[in-house]
Design a protein around this ligand. Sequence first.
Ligand SMILES: Cc1cc2nc3c(=O)[nH]c(=O)nc-3n(C[C@H](O)[C@H](O)[C@H](O)COP(=O)(O)O)c2cc1C
Length: 393
Amino acid sequence: MKARTIVSDIYEVGIRDWTLHDFHGFATPRGVTYNSFLIMDEKICLIDGVKAPFAEEQLCNIRTIVDPEKIDYIVVNHVEPDHSGSLPALAKACPNATFLITVQGANELKEHYGDIFKTQIVKKGDTVSLGKRSLAFQPIPMLHWPDSMVTYCPEEQILFSSDAFGQHYCCSKLFDDETEVENMLFEAQKYFANILMPYRKLVPNTVKLVRSLPLKMICSCHGCIWRSHIDDILNQYESWGKGETVDRVLVVFDTMWGGTAAMARAMIKGIEKQGMRVKLYRYESSLKADIVSDLLTAKGILIGSPTQNSGMMPTIGGFLTYLKGLKPTGKKAAAFGTYGWAGGAEKDMEAMIRDSGMELLPGYNVKWRPLPKELEAAEQYGFDFAEKVSKGE
Ligand SMILES: Cc1cc2nc3c(=O)[nH]c(=O)nc-3n(C[C@H](O)[C@H](O)[C@H](O)COP(=O)(O)O)c2cc1C
């Protein structure tokens, strides 16, 4: 691939990983990019590495512009392996480069790859001159890595934002106004929900900081570059960070013989009757990243499983384990399902719903297959759940 020009003398030299459709368990049907940016000034600076298997390809991209030996600085915005994997190869190919990194990042770099880097620690507010341009550094710890920082070039009004504002989205084009921006926003929501949700309370302050900068572009290390829709993505981040929701309830279930599925279908009738929007997922045939993306803005969730071997089905157990880590607080949730003799799924699901930080409401369970009167009760249950969610009771 050739380097792609962002503005005069600044290039994108990263990787488009078109066929990667699973990113540590998070489905990425539109592929993934590891963006990296090369600034050609009196001093030459590279921003971010890429995933290890693509190190040589990144170097090839760089060589279309400059001999890597001439690179003076390499900025490490965070040490997660999809952006640091190529750094050992870069350290060899760029012997004159100093790695600009936070103190936390420098420790992580050693812990990942050994003590092989010439580093210069940067702190909040530090700047480094490249000649006509400069770079200012702002750590944003735990968004989403302990050493995360963003790097700002005031002369170009470009923010190199690390993972923030990113999307798992491969595209022939570089900029938001050259592609379907709704796809970028959809993927940005999925990224936020699945990666940033546990740290979302930190987001509004970061958005405030970003808004205080004159900005022509936000270059994340994933996906396309924001230039015409900067306000749109900042507004979305602010809203997701504050936990704003729409009137929607999700119903997620698994089933062995169809009884729990019949209850789920009856419940969505009741939810719709109440006026709330609803989305129904059979967990096994859905992508958990999509469910979680919808959950980010939903007000409530009903989770269903029959009892299998005294507990919930392992599929739903996996989903609830995921939610326990993501902490989707501010939502109401309840468990439902069927059982044959002593049950057990309900108790398990309720314990995990509590652990996830969601507010637990009473559930609804039926012995063996739901009979017509039980399906009517399930419909009423859905109506009542939606009513409580809508009134915030
Ligand atoms: C493999 C298997 C294990 C089960 N284990 C239990 C159990 O430990 N306790 C219980 O109360 N019911 C158990 N059941 C009964 C189911 O919970 C019951 O058949 C239920 O109605 C199935 O719901 P479904 O139609 O949504 O799959 C088990 C059923 C199967 C097929």
